[in-house]
Design a protein around this ligand. Structure first.
Ligand code: CA
Ligand code: CA
Length: 227
């Protein structure tokens, strides 16, 4: 996914590319455009109409075309599987073990629990993560932490997420990592989030706590940075 995000950021630089001459550049642009349109009609897992995706996300049609090109380059079959997520994250975190976190992340992208992430799923999530409102990002994060997708976050789930992040960062990032640190992290999280102290965090509790507490927001921001 990071690689495709890279493609996304190249989207801006692509438009600022120093021109050889106007005619050359225009030719490249037209060729890209035609190829994009051709690809759009030829894939096995055809994404929904671009207009529909444009309406559903915060991306323009042109941005969607560029994202789609990157997606198809990385994943010629038109879908991403969990193994691809794991491979990409392993490249980004070579000193840790990112496989568990990649697994949770994959499940958050795979909203229909189909076992694969289609282009539509991918850009929908990317749109929220890059250009969504705070509320949308928090909702998405809540869903990521709610591992069994029952609508609540319990302590075990939070513990599993925090451990997965620590594993991914590896011992070089946390050289003096103490055994009880993930537990402390989870306890602090729960003290603040679980307003009615019933042992589970609901979406409402999560949204309320996050928005009223700058520390939690910063800490979540830190988590989001690894996405
Ligand atoms: Ca849950
Ligand atoms: Ca509660």
């Amino acid at each position: 996914m990071g690689a495709v995000m890279g493609t996304f950021s190249s989207l801006q630089t692509k438009q600022r590319r120093p021109s050889k001459d106007i005619a050359w550049w225009y030719y490249q642009y037209q060729r890209d455009k035609i190829e994009d349109e051709l690809e759009m009609t030829m894939v096995c897992h055809r994404p929904e109409g671009l207009e529909q995706l444009e309406a559903q996300t915060n991306f323009t049609k042109r941005e969607l075309q560029v994202l789609y090109r990157g997606f198809k380059n990385e994943c010629p079959s038109g879908v991403v599987n969990e193994e691809t997520f794991k491979q990409i994250y392993a490249q980004f975190f070579p000193h840790g073990d990112a496989s568990t976190y990649a697994h949770y992340l994959f499940n958050a992208f795979d909203t229909t629990q189909a076992g694969s992430v289609k282009f539509e799923d991918f850009v929908t999530a990317l749109s929220i993560l890059l250009r969504g409102t705070v509320h949308e990002k928090l909702r998405w994060t809540f869903n990521l932490y709610d591992i069994n997708k029952d609508g609540y976050i319990n302590k075990e789930e939070m513990m599993d997420i925090v451990k997965a992040i620590y594993d991914m960062m590896g011992k070089y990032t946390y050289p003096v990592l103490k055994e009880d640190t993930p537990r402390q992290h989870v306890d602090v999280f729960f003290q603040k989030m679980d307003k009615n102290k019933d042992g589970i965090v609901t979406l409402d509790e999560f949204l309320e706590s996050c928005q009223e507490d700058d520390n939690i927001m910063r800490s979540l921001q830190l988590f989001q940075n690894v996405m």
